[in-house]
Design a protein around this ligand. Structure first.
Ligand code: ADP
Ligand code: MG
Length: 291
């Protein structure tokens, strides 16, 4: 049975924009020793914008953008949306239709247009050698500014890189600082590159980060953190965060996250409001004292 103190704490939480799907989750918050965060859409707004396009010699920026947008218009990834929006603004609304297309979750997209093979995504997706051959330090510089770098491969050569900037939510740093003050270890798990991960983790004041996580890696890392610290929460918004949300002692979803994340989570932050986590932990500790 639910104790009156628990009920009143749950309803108090709901009034303040945090939803508990049961008293046990509220109680589990008081035992947390670590919290893992997804990057895109959780620590950041999840609305990246194109900031840089660098093309290889002899290649036209518009030609690259036209093909990349044609391909990315078939992907629902936030990076894809950003590139398509940028192309629409500069080149207009209509794109060519690729003959074939394959969305490779966690890596990028592959397509064929007029007998040309395109690969768009992270460095390891287009091939590290091809990526490094092209990038010439530019990719590393962008990543160190916290930008995500998308590599564009045209047949065998990397023909362009596109830099995209997402902003860290204005309340993120304070939310993380408050958790650290409560003695909680904070870590970011991201599919993005080492350099980008490092820059964002620093900006967001996290204790640590793990970059280049595939969705299944997030679960493995979470299990390791659980073992090391005893009790861990995961905070995420995406479909690919759902397995990690289910693995954590407490799964916390951003209210504007995907349906799957909302369904899988134990706790929902109704307004994407990260500072509510630390408040809820205080609430949970007070409640345990009363019981
Ligand atoms: P995150 O954890 O940052 O949300 P994902 O697992 O969705 O990342 O993707 C990891 C990386 O794969 C992205 O940072 C990006 O480099 C690349 N990627 C995935 N999908 C796409 C796409 N449609 N277009 C370009 N790059 C992509
Ligand atoms: Mg995300």
């Amino acid at each position: 049975s639910i104790m009156p103190a628990t009920l009143s704490a749950i309803s108090n939480g709901a009034k303040h924009g945090i939803l508990f799907k049961g008293g046990v989750h509220l109680e589990n918050l008081s035992h947390l020793k670590a919290i893992a965060f997804d990057k895109t859409g959780t620590l950041t707004k999840g609305k990246p914008e194109v900031t840089d396009i660098i093309v290889a010699d002899g290649i036209s920026t518009n030609d690259i953008l036209l093909h990349v947008a044609a391909i990315e218009s078939h992907s629902t990834h936030p990076l894809a949306n950003a590139i398509v929006n940028y192309a629409k603004k500069t080149l207009g609304e209509s794109f060519i239709t690729p003959e074939s297309i394959e969305d490779v979750a966690g890596w990028g997209v592959k397509a064929r247009i007029a007998d040309v093979e395109w690969k768009i995504g992270k460095a390891k997706f287009v091939g590290i050698e091809a990526a490094e051959h092209f990038a010439d330090g530019a990719a590393a510089r962008m990543a160190s500014e916290g930008k995500t770098v998308v590599f564009v491969k045209r047949n065998d050569l990397v023909a362009a890189i596109i830099g995209l900037q997402d902003v860290v939510r204005k309340e993120t740093k304070q939310a993380i600082d408050d958790l650290k003050k409560q003695g909680i270890y904070t870590i970011m798990l991201t599919g993005d590159s080492q350099n980008t991960g490092k820059a964002i983790a620093k900006e967001a004041h996290l204790d640590d980060y793990i970059a280049e996580c595939l969705p299944e890696n997030k679960v493995e890392h979470l299990k390791e953190i659980k073992e090391k610290y005893g009790s861990v929460a995961m905070v995420g918004d995406g479909i690919n965060d759902a397995p990690a949300l289910a693995t954590a002692n407490v799964g916390i979803a951003m209210g504007e996250g995907s349906d799957v994340a909302l369904e899988t989570a134990d706790v929902v932050l109704m307004k994407n409001d990260l500072p509510r986590i630390s408040e809820a932990i205080h609430l949970s500790k007070r409640m345990n004292k009363i019981i």
